[in-house]
Design a protein around this ligand. Sequence first.
Ligand code: PLZ
Length: 449
Amino acid sequence: MSTATTHGGPQLPQERRLVTEIPGPRSRELFARKQSAVPPGIGTTLPVFVTHAGGGVIVDADGNSLIDFGSGIAVTNVGNAAPRVVERVQKQVADFTHTCFMVAPYESYVAVCEKLNALTPGDHEKRTFLVNSGAEAVENAVKVARHATGRQAVVVFDHGYHGRTLLTMTLTAKSMPYKHGFGPFAPEVYRVPLAYPFRWPTGPDNCAEEAAAQAIDMINKQIGAENVAAVLIEPIAGEGGFIEPARGFLPKIVEFCRANGIVFIADEVQTGFARTGHMFACEDEGIVPDIITTAKGIAGGLPLAAVTGRADLLDHVHSGGLGGTYGGNPLACEAALGVLETIEQDKLVERARHIGEVMLPRLRAIQEHNPIVGDVRGRGAMIAVELVVPGTKEPYPAAEIARRCHEQGLLVLTAGTYGNVLRFLPPLVIPDHLLEEGLSILEKALNVD
Ligand code: PLZ
């Protein structure tokens, strides 16, 4: 085997290559082992076992090369095994692997925090601290907001997703599979409507105004604005189905928060790090969050997440009130520095925009002749189609179409409160020919009747 096939990273041949059925015999063998060693609660989107990945492809244990429209759920924005990430992590793993930043600190943690303070929206004074997962970042953002305001209530939105821990599961909207059977849930969490243009009862035009008015009215009447510590929202609802709130909705919510001393938290765990054609999705409407949570794309697949926010809020917490053993692990911090260099030097924000420009027109063309496609939406390299039973808005199951794509060697993910959204999150480094080929496979898979 040549080196080109023994390492991941962008040097992997950038091609779709099916040498067995999907999944192949070796993957099926491994999947049988998975089923007896791992509980079924840990699901599997596509049961091929990965050996290498890079650029826009994933290579499996049978030697199949699949087109990656998932990026490990919006994580490998810079691609798998991105060279600058590999180089930094390899050096770091040989130097030292862990001291615990709270025990004896190291420079890379501080460097990541400085970068996030500079890159996140707003030029006010900021602080950042690091944790391990998106859920942990969201939990910590709520802790900070409660501490700083002395209030308890947290307001979240329909279709929101924030994680799987007790608090973040409570903050999440959808029962099955995230909450079902896992109660009782955390107290002082309240849910209000989201401006979901495609499904707004009076249509998309009045959606922003009406949804904001309803949300604000519910907060005032049911909770009392003076009891609310934080309003928490994804600037584009991710797991909920890539719902872009109708324009004008987010600014109205922010304005209400500012007028009532409520901390506005943007959960950019899925939308962050160049994914949407901005470094952060909030930039699209000029939103400046009080606190922003990030994870996923931050470190190219190493576990890292961050809470970044107004210095006065984050500094409010007493010394020792925040932390964790692994938060800001040195390997993950080096990876994050490699990611940020890659985004900047390889102009991946622009690249994400280009991906949107390739995908959206083709998907809209498909929508014109295929009535199963109810809505096409998204920004940059965060794109989705919402599937409906033709002639209605009744959800059409996306899993069926995803399976047809998988069989052809295209990894796509599903999403949506109603399970009827196909979402596309290609690595930002995917070559155009794989994007086009993936779209052609999708176009065929959508022909159902
Ligand atoms: N906030 C906006 O998208 C994670 C979930 C995968 P963690 N989304 C992927 C699954 O089914 O568990 C996510 C998110 C937003 C928070 C999270 C949670 O991030 O790193 O998975 O904890």
